[in-house]
Ligand binder design. Structure first.
Ligand code: PLP
Length: 385
């Protein structure tokens, strides 16, 4: 096949499976409302769980940071792009989350790729929950290490995989709150199994940080677990963008030598680091606490109201409340029906989720009002009659 034939065939296969991905241009898509073509929709597809992306104190911090530092960092952190703003944010995160060190990355995707690539080699084994995020599984499959996947949250299967002889080191990989199902990993049991085998645990808490646990410290803190490697991302509950790896002193120093996504990439704008500092101040304060409680009330209202609908709910107690509908075209049709009623939800289809589990991935946020949840429930009732 020529290049052109190969590309056309791949696109045709996606179209035939109702799985072609297209982007939608929106005027604004992060807050309570999504606006598109001048029309306003109630937004149930944003990961801005605490509504912080629109918070005036964070916006002001970003503006002040831009005035102080300019808009760009000017280089990799290894050259001239590691400013006092970056350092202050790293120290704040390390102190808050109880680790010796934090290293900033421009995205969670980059952090996961860098971490797995820098740590593992061909004698090692990565043992990952099979529903782990693409950034983790892809990094693991590109790694020369052996990749073994365990059934979702199945600690017994994890332990039996760890039992198999391994010449090198083993790394267990999972998430705090799963991005497509919204349920939590049993981190204490997973960490105990890892420790029994002398393995390290990497927890990606993209959906837990800021949103759950004491002061919003995330899934690991809420389960009193301290994984050797903790990845937190800032584009979801924190409302901004970027990520950090929390780790020991020596792992941080090691990553500064070998994490290519750090060494060969421009560091985040210092103004963004300032905005993130402001976001964490809010997350730790009464504002954060009130927003977490408000979100919890919305989750409760939604789950109680959806009980008698003909959809499969997951075990999620988080802001991510998927309705599993099965077939791709049914998920798309349902999303379209809701959209006509001013409700914006996203249909998630394979290969993002397993075949036959196409779903509406609904996300509830503290930016919603109780009346928004009521309207969503009424529309779902209507659509399923
Ligand atoms: C969103 C997400 C990422 C990627 O983080 P970005 O900062 O958006 O690149 C990584 N892991 C999980 C579990 C995620 O949900």
């Amino acid at each position: 096949m020529t290049w052109q034939q190969r590309i056309d065939a791949a696109l045709d296969a996606r179209r035939a499976a109702d799985a072609l991905r297209v982007r939608t241009t929106v005027e604004n898509g992060a807050g309570r409302f999504l606006t598109r073509d001048q029309r306003r929709y109630c937004n149930f597809s944003s990961n801005d769980y605490l509504g912080l992306s629109q918070h005036p104190a964070i916006i002001r911090a970003w503006q002040q940071g831009a005035e102080q530092y300019g808009v760009g960092s000017g280089g990799s952190g290894h050259v001239s792009g590691y400013t006092t703003a970056h350092q202050a944010l790293e120290e704040h995160l390390a102190d808050w989350l109880g680790y010796p060190r934090a290293l900033l990355f421009i995205s969670g995707f980059a952090a996961n790729q860098a971490l797995i690539a820098a740590l593992t080699d061909k004698t090692d084994r990565i043992v990952a929950d099979r529903l782990s995020h693409a950034s983790l599984l892809e990094a693991a499959s590109h790694s020369p290490a052996q990749l073994r996947r365990f059934a979702h949250n199945d600690v017994a299967q994890l332990a039996s995989l760890l039992d198999k002889p391994c010449d090198g080191q083993q790394l267990v990989v999972t998430e705090g709150i799963f991005s497509m199902d919204g349920d939590s990993a049993p981190l204490a049991d997973i960490h105990a199994a890892a420790q029994r085998h002398g393995s390290w645990l990497l927890v990606d808490d993209a959906h837990g940080i800021g949103v759950t646990g004491p002061e919003g410290r995330g899934s690991a803190a809420s389960q009193s677990v301290k994984p050797e490697l903790l990845v937190v991302t800032f584009g979801k509950g924190v409302g901004v963008s970027g990520a950090a790896v929390l780790c020991s002193d020596s792992v941080a120093n090691y990553l500064l030598q070998f994490a290519r996504h750090l060494i060969y990439s421009t560091s985040m704008p210092p103004a963004q680091a300032m905005a993130l500092r402001a976001a964490f101040d809010l997350i730790r304060s009464d504002v954060g606490e009130a927003r977490r409680q408000r979100l919890a009330a919305h989750i409760h209202q939604f789950r109680a109201g959806v009980r008698d609908l003909p959809f499969e709910l997951t075990a999620s107690r988080s802001a991510i409340q998927p309705l599993i509908v099965g077939e791709n075209d049914r998920a798309l049709h349902l999303a379209q029906t809701l959209r006509e009623q001013g409700i914006w939800v996203t249909a998630i289809r394979p290969p993002t989720v397993p075949t036959g589990t196409a779903r509406l991935r609904l996300t509830l946020t503290a930016a919603h009002e109780a009346s928004d949840i009521t309207a969503l429930l009424e529309a779902l009732h209507g659509a399923s009659e």
